[in-house]
Every structure is written in C-alpha cells, then in structure tokens.
Design a protein around this ligand. Sequence first.
Ligand code: FES
Length: 164
Amino acid sequence: AATAEPAPEEPKQAPGPTCVGDTVTCPEGARLQAKVEGRYVTVLRLDGKLVCIDAICFHAGGPLGIGDIEEVNGRKCIVCPWHFYKIDVESGDKYYQTMEFKEGKMQAGEWKSNGVRQRTHKAWEEGGKIYVQLTTYERRPSHADYVESDGYAFDEKCGDRCLN
Ligand code: FES
C-alpha cells in the first residue's frame, strides 16, 4: 500500500476571546490582572477606553502591569516599577528621553520611541463583561512576529508579581 505523505503542520488554532471580568470591576482608571491562555496580561480603562498589554516587562521581567500611568507626548504610558521604563499602553512602544546640549549644558530633550517592545492585545466590553483577544497564540512566535515581551509572557515567577 502507498504510504501517505505526512500533512504539513497546521498553525495553532486561534482560541476565541476570553472573558476576564465584569465591566463593573474595571471602572475609569482601574485595571484587571488576568492570565489568558497562560499569558499574563493587564487590562486598563483610560479615558473611557479599554486597553490590554502584556503584564510582564520586556526589559527584565518586572511587574509592569502594576506600574503608574504617566503621559508622554500626549500618549498614556505605564511606567515599570523596576527601572521606570515608560511603555505606551496602546502601541507597546518604549519611550526614552533624548539629551541635548543647550546653553552650555546638557538638558533633557524630546521623548522618542525605541520601537514596540511590549505586546498589546485587544480588549472590549460586551453585555457587562470584559473580553480579551490575544494578538498572538504561539508560546514561541516566529522570529518575524516576535515582540520582546513574548519572552516573559508565560513566566509564572514573573507573572505572579503582577497578580499578587
Ligand atoms: Fe526593567 Fe521593567 S524590568 S524597566
């Protein structure tokens, strides 16, 4: 009998959205810490908008999800409590402040982006519940899709810092 060629490996089936809580538990300015498909994420409501970002900091596994909110260039950022990196909660960009030589001395200049370092996800509400749809399903995303925070996203040791 002829032997069949093995079928090429299918990409992992995308799980549907996950309910992470009731709308009432996340009023303006509040946040929810959740584990979705094993991934630690933080949902925040800022200016009436729900956003979702990986809870563990791409830099060294810090508890980004519990960081303060600050504005940089008119963008809402979450500030990692460990080394104070400022991450855009909507885009995942990491910002840094340039230094300029002005009037005979070094002075803080404008804020610029180092690029997207922290993965963001989709969050919305429906029927009194808040849902999250992860933007990646793989534990080890392909190189092309890799965002630095993917490397920490499933780390129990790091993630529990945000949940506790
Ligand atoms: Fe270093 Fe977050 S762990 S800034």
